[in-house]
Design a protein around this ligand. Structure first.
Ligand SMILES: NC(=O)c1ccc[n+]([C@@H]2O[C@H](COP(=O)([O-])OP(=O)(O)OC[C@H]3O[C@@H](n4cnc5c(N)ncnc54)[C@H](O)[C@@H]3O)[C@@H](O)[C@H]2O)c1
Length: 246
């Protein structure tokens, strides 16, 4: 029960990786606020947590809207009186080669993957600073090192690594750890929508020669939000089977 008595907010936790984290955190004793713009998916995660004996609640805030983010954080603190852990997990792609990439594709991806993480961190910071305690984990991607057809996603995910460095520096003195996890290729339904040939190439580029599992991400994130890692901050852990770039 490494998270006994802790309150966690995980964004985009109706999705595959966030759901894995919600289940794992709840197993370790945390109460989890499951955010997802798709409230039906958030509720599914809540039901799964409840089924395994944990405590969770759904939240449907759109993370690209500062007002909704503020309200979401207020809801957690009102309901559970504190907020110890924030995982900025929500993210998505809109791939296109540079000359074909629209302004909308750029803005959508940067707003969701990068700006939303800033908005959430800004909303939780006053409360965490006041309590002198907090854990923030940002989810990047190994794509942050560069990938063809993903200028928007690569820039946003590299931004997430930079945001981690800057937030960590600003918040360290208040007892707040800020770290980042960069997943490689993880076996999720979304990854399975990739062309089989592309998947094959990516697996071949992975020294461990396999895709990661959802639990392979949930466990390092759990470590980073627990007090086992209390002297670690501003770090980006590559959880990629040794793959260092696409
Ligand atoms: N799956 C992988 O192989 C992989 C690899 C590297 C990095 N990542 C990163 O991990 C994170 C989670 O990925 P996933 O595969 O679980 O994705 P997913 O699509 O399964 O889940 C993302 C969730 O975010 C929600 N969401 C989208 N826009 C939102 C908004 N504006 N407000 C609130 N919620 C919103 C979606 O409804 C969805 O349920 C993402 O940041 C992704 O970039 C995933």
């Amino acid at each position: 029960m490494r998270l006994r008595g802790k309150i966690a907010l995980i964004t985009g936790a109706g999705g595959d990786l966030g759901r894995g984290m919600a289940l794992r955190f709840a197993e370790e004793g945390a109460k989890v606020m499951v955010n997802d713009k798709n409230l039906g998916k958030a509720q599914e995660t809540v039901d799964l947590v409840t089924k395994q004996g944990g405590v969770a609640a759904p939240n449907g805030a759109d993370l690209t809207k500062a007002g909704e983010v503020k309200e979401m954080v207020g809801q957690v603190i009102k309901e559970w009186e504190q907020l110890d852990i924030l995982v900025n997990n929500a993210g998505d792609i809109r791939d296109a080669l540079l000359t074909k990439m629209s302004d909308e594709d750029w803005d959508f991806v940067v707003d969701l993957n990068l700006k939303a993480s800033f908005l959430c961190a800004r909303a939780v910071a006053p409360h965490m600073i006041e309590r002198g305690y907090g854990k923030i984990v940002n989810i990047s991607s190994m794509a942050y090192k560069g990938n063809i057809g993903q200028t928007n996603y690569v820039a946003a995910k590299a931004g997430v690594v930079g945001l981690t460095q800057a937030l960590g520096l600003e918040l360290a003195r208040y007892g707040i750890n800020v770290n980042c996890v960069a997943p490689g290729l993880i076996d999720t339904p979304k990854a399975r929508t990739l062309d089989e040939k592309v998947l094959d190439i990516l697996v071949k580029k992975t020294p461990m020669k396999r895709m990661g599992e959802i639990i392979d991400i949930a466990n390092p994130v759990l470590f980073l939000v627990s007090d086992e890692s209390k002297y670690i901050t501003r770090q980006t852990i590559h959880v990629s089977g040794g793959m260092e770039g696409f």
